[in-house]
Design a protein around this ligand. Structure first.
Ligand SMILES: *Cc1c(COP(=O)(O)O)cnc(C)c1O
Length: 464
C-alpha cells in the first residue's frame, strides 16, 4: 500500500510543500517564507495539525463538511463501491446504479419540478454546465441571440473560466479577463452599500437593477439570471427581505431563466434542504456541490427543471460532459451523506435547535467594540468589523487590513474563522453541539479582544 508520509518534521513538510505545491488563491512566494499549516487529521468538528494543535473548524472545511469529519460509513461505502464498480462513464448510452439512485434521490429532495440532474466534479464545473445549458435552451428554441447571463458583483460562482466570469470578484476578473456576454449588477449588501436607505428599500433598489439591465440589453438578448441565495465567499451577505421576492417577480415577468447557485446554501446550511426554500425562490436550475458529499469526495451537479431538461433533451445531443460526471464512487458517497443528513435530522436541527442557538450566541458578539454587525442565517454567520460602532463606516486602512489581522488572531487561537475584507465569517459543520458553539464564540471573542488591542497599539482604529 502507498503510505503518505506524515511523520516528517513540520519544517521539512513545509519546505517540500513550498518547493512543489502551488496553492489556490495564494501568494505562493509569500506563503513559502512563512510555511503552510499542515493539517494531518480530523475528527468531528476538530482538525489536528502537525504540531498537535486541536483546531475548531468554524468553516466546515471550505463550507462543505456538513456531517463532520471521520465518518466510518462514508469510508465503507467508498471502499465497497470501489470494489464493485470503481468507474464507468454515462456518456455512450450506459448508466450505473449509483448515478440512478443519486439522481432519483436529488429529484425527490429538490423543490418543485427540479427533477433532472446533470453531474459534474465540482461547483465550478456545474456552473460551466449551467452557462452552456441556458444558452443551449434558448438556441434550441430558435433564439441563439438570447445568450447573455446577468450575474452580480461580488458573487462567487467558482474558479473555472465560466465560474469566474459569472462571479463578480474584481480581483479575479483583473487576472485574465472574463468571457463574453456576462453582465454584472449590484449586490444586495446593505451594510456596505445601503447608504441612508432602509434595508428593505435598498433590497428593492438592488433587485430592480435586474429589470433595468434587462431593459437596457433588451429581453431578447437575456438568457438567465444567476445568484447565490446568500452570497458566501462574498462575505455571507444575507439579502434584505425584499430582495428575492422582487428578483422573482422580474424573472417571471420577463420569462428569463433563474439559476440559484446552491453550492453553499444547499443540503441544510440555511435550515432547509436548499436556500431557495428559505428565501422563497423558484429556480429553473440549482447548482450543487460542497455539502452534496460533505467534501468527502469531489462531486457537483445541476438540478434542472422539467421544461429546461425537455428542451435540451429533445433537440439532439447536448455536446457536453465530464469524464467524471456521476462518478460511481462519488455518487455512492454522496448518497450515504444524504442518508446521514436525513437519518440524523440535521436539517431539522439547524432549523429548530443549533441554528437558533448559534444565532443567539453569535448576536452577543455585537456588544464588542470591534463589531458593527453580527448576523446569521442557519449555520452561516458574519461579523462586520468596525472602527466606530453604530456608524457602518469602513476603516481608514486599506480594506482587509483589519480582517486579516483578526484572522491571524483566530489562527493563533486554534479557530478557523475566515475574513472577507474587514468582515469575519463562519460556516460550521451542521453537527455542531451547543458546547461547540460556546467554544467557537469564546475563541472568537478572545481573538477579537487581541485584535482590538493590537489595532489600538498600532493606531489603526480610525474610520475612513
Ligand atoms: C465554492 C463555490 C463554487 C465553486 O465550487 P468548486 O467546487 O470550488 O468548484 C460555486 N459557487 C458557490 C456559491 C461556491 O461557494
Amino acid at each position: 500500500m502507498t503510505m503518505i508520509t506524515n511523520n516528517l518534521p513540520t519544517k521539512q513538510l513545509q519546505a517540500l510543500d513550498a518547493a512543489h505545491h502551488m496553492h489556490p488563491f495564494t501568494a505562493n512566494a509569500e506563503l513559502a517564507k512563512k510555511g503552510a499549516r499542515v493539517i494531518t487529521r480530523a475528527e468531528g468538528v476538530y482538525l489536528t495539525d502537525s504540531e498537535g494543535h486541536r483546531i475548531l473548524d468554524g468553516m466546515a472545511g471550505l463550507w462543505c463538511m456538513n456531517i463532520g469529519y471521520g465518518r466510518d460509513s462514508m469510508a465503507d461505502v467508498a471502499a465497497r463501491q470501489m470494489r464493485e464498480l470503481p468507474y464507468y462513464n454515462t456518456f455512450f448510452q450506459t448508466t450505473h446504479v449509483p448515478a440512478i439512485a443519486l439522481s432519483a434521490k436529488l429529484a425527490e429532495l429538490a423543490p418543485g419540478d427540479l427533477n433532472h440532474v446533470f453531474f459534474a466534479g465540482s461547483g465550478s464545473e456545474s456552473n460551466d454546465t449551467n452557462l452552456l445549458m441556458v444558452r443551449r435552451y434558448w438556441q434550441a428554441l430558435g433564439h441563439p441571440e438570447k445568450n447573455i447571463v446577468i450575474a452580480r458583483k461580488n458573487a462567487y460562482h467558482g474558479s473555472t473560466y465560466a465560474g469566474r466570469s459569472l462571479g463578480g470578484m474584481s480581483g479575479m476578473h483583473e487576472q485574465g479577463g472574463i468571457i463574453a456576454n456576462i453582465e454584472h449588477i449590484g449586490q444586495p449588501h446593505w451594510y456596505m452599500e445601503g447608504g441612508d436607505m432602509t434595508p428593505e428599500e435598498f433590497g428593492l433598489m438592488r433587485a430592480r437593477e435586474l429589470e433595468d439591465k434587462i431593459l437596457e440589453l433588451g429581453v431578447d438578448r437575456v438568457a438567465a439570471f444567476i445568484g447565490e441565495p446568500v452570497q458566501g465567499a462574498g462575505g455571507v451577505v444575507i439579502p434584505p427581505s425584499t430582495y428575492w421576492p422582487e428578483i422573482q417577480r422580474i424573472v417571471d415577468k420577463y420569462g428569463i431563466l433563474l439559476i440559484a447557485d446552491e453550492v453553499i446554501t444547499g443540503f441544510g446550511r440555511t435550515g432547509n434542504w436548499f436556500g431557495s426554500q428559505t428565501f422563497g425562490i423558484k429556480p429553473h436550475i440549482m447548482t450543487i456541490a460542497k455539502g452534496l458529499s460533505s467534501g468527502y469526495v469531489p462531486i457537483g451537479g445541476s438540478i434542472v427543471c422539467d421544461e429546461v431538461a425537455k428542451v435540451v433533451g429533445e433537440n439532439g445531443d447536448f455536446n457536453h460532459g465530464y469524464t467524471y460526471s456521476a462518478h460511481p464512487v462519488a455518487a455512492a458517497v454522496a448518497l450515504e451523506n444524504l442518508r446521514i443528513i436525513q437519518e440524523e435530522k440535521l436539517i431539522e436541527r439547524v432549523q429548530d435547535d443549533i441554528g437558533p442557538y448559534l444565532a443567539k450566541r453569535w448576536a452577543e458578539l455585537a456588544d464588542h467594540p470591534l463589531v458593527g454587525e453580527a448576523r446569521t442565517v442557519g449555520m452561516m454567520g458574519t461579523l462586520a468589523l468596525t472602527p466606530e460602532t453604530g456608524t457602518r463606516k469602513p476603516f481608514a486602512s486599506p480594506e482587509g487590513t483589519v480582517g486579516y489581522r483578526c484572522r491571524e488572531r483566530c489562527f493563533a487561537n486554534d479557530l478557523v474563522m475566515r475574513h472577507v475584507g474587514d468582515r469575519m465569517i463562519i460556516s460550521p459543520p451542521l453537527i455542531f453541539s451547543h458546547d461547540d458553539v460556546d467554544e467557537l464564540v469564546k475563541r472568537a471573542r478572545k481573538s477579537l479582544d487581541e485584535c482590538y488591542a493590537g489595532l489600538k497599539a498600532d493606531d489603526l482604529l480610525k474610520a475612513a
